[in-house]
Design a protein around this ligand. Structure first.
Ligand SMILES: [Zn+2]
Length: 382
């Protein structure tokens, strides 16, 4: 029979231990804290990632995909990390160290530690289904809570987007819309209700969001976006724009401003049974003007008569926009940059079209010809 002490001695003999001084000299090492969540929350080593011992084997490839990456493991005292090091060796990691003395000695020697920001018990409960996803987890949820997202429009696309962004815990939502809620909106604009008929859409949406999630701060702009107010609104500081505008003058304004300021735009549009979604990420992918350098000539302009739209379509397209926005805010997944996703509701069919940046784009191209805002007059073919 082997005792715990003997097993630990044996294990330590089979692995490499490292002291704090030598560990700090390692280039490009991944530091993994294998302690439990409550220990991590009381402080950890700067730059370390947290993978509790029980999840180490299943999650390590997420933080150290290459098996030749140097890995430094630590726990409270150097025992759990010794067993963990042995396990990583068996997984094929060839440069694995267990930190001698663990977090306890590190702290006792006066070395720098990081106190993690953590979610309150109420937030842990509210966002528990996000916390259970390793790609999001507590760190990702904190990123969402820190995010500031500006919604252009509180109508068909802005309604589902604002509600799902709020539910996801996006900390600050800005909403621009000049309109008043009317009866024809209720067929699809789910942020509004009979109770808010006749009130500004921004106030109605704010009320719905606050009823859903008090963690979200809502900043309202009851105005139509123009060259006069766009800089003032963007000066409030936004990480991301979700564009649910239904007219081209606004799209061009949003595009030009976002390129100049380097703010990604999640673009969505809908007509009858058809929807489109893409992400315009300045200088990494095309912008709106790479696709449509100028507004259409009057004879090709869309009709200004209400186009008609299947009520659920903005729900689908606005939700796809929200999916992109959450991924960008959390820094996960593959955004729809350079890809235009088309949805046909009648056929229930998605089609993806590659879209490219154009060197001669008047805004993001090599020699931009548009360097000031342009207020286009919205014209119609009939
Ligand atoms: Zn462009």
């Amino acid at each position: 029979m082997t005792t715990y002490r003997e097993l630990l001695q044996q294990t330590k003999a089979e692995i490499d231990e490292i002291d704090a001084g030598a560990a700090r000299q390692l280039d490009g090492a991944v530091w993994i804290d294998v302690r439990e969540a409550d220990e991590w929350q009381e402080g950890h080593l700067p730059g370390a990632v947290h993978i509790p011992r029980g999840f180490l084997e299943s999650r390590v490839e997420g933080v150290a995909p290459a098996k030749d990456t140097p890995v430094v493991l630590y726990c409270a005292s150097g025992a759990r990390s010794a067993f963990a090091a042995k396990s990583l060796r068996e997984l094929g990691y060839d440069t694995v160290y267990s930190l001698v003395g663990g977090f306890t000695d590190w702290k006792r020697n006066g070395l720098e530690i990081t106190m993690p920001r953590t979610l309150s018990p109420e937030k842990r409960t509210r966002y528990s289904r996000h916390l259970l996803i390793p790609e999001i987890g507590e760190e990702g949820q904190l990123k969402l809570l820190d995010s500031r997202i500006l919604l252009i429009g509180a109508g068909g696309l802005g309604s589902p987007a604002s509600l799902y962004l709020a539910a996801a815990g996006i900390g600050t939502l800005g909403i621009i819309d000049a309109d008043i809620v009317d009866e024809t909106n209720l067929q699809r604009q789910i942020a509004h209700s009979l109770d808010t008929l006749g009130t500004p859409k921004v106030d109605s949406a704010k009320r719905t969001i606050e009823g859903l999630n008090p963690d979200v701060e809502v900043i309202t702009y009851r105005e139509r976006l123009t060259s006069e107010n766009i800089d003032r609104i963007l000066d409030d500081g936004w990480d991301l724009i979700v564009d649910g505008a239904d007219n081209f003058p606004t799209r061009y304004l949003v595009n030009d401003a976002s390129v100049w300021r380097g703010i990604p735009v999640v673009h969505g549009s809908i007509y009858r049974f058809e929807g489109q979604v893409t992400v315009f990420k300045p200088y990494e992918g095309p912008c709106y003007r790479c696709l449509f350098p100028e507004p259409p000539p009057p004879e090709l302009a869309p009709s200004c008569a209400e186009g008609g739209v299947l009520g659920v379509l903005p729900g689908i397209v606005g939700s796809l926009q929200t999916n992109e926005a959450i991924k960008l805010a959390a820094g996960i997944g593959e955004p729809l940059v350079g890809r235009l996703l088309l949805f046909d509701a009648l056929a229930t069919e998605f089609t993806e079209v590659k879209i490219e940046r154009r060197a001669n784009c008047p805004v993001c191209g090599e020699q931009p010809t548009i360097t000031e805002y342009i207020d286009y007059v919205e014209f119609c073919s009939r």
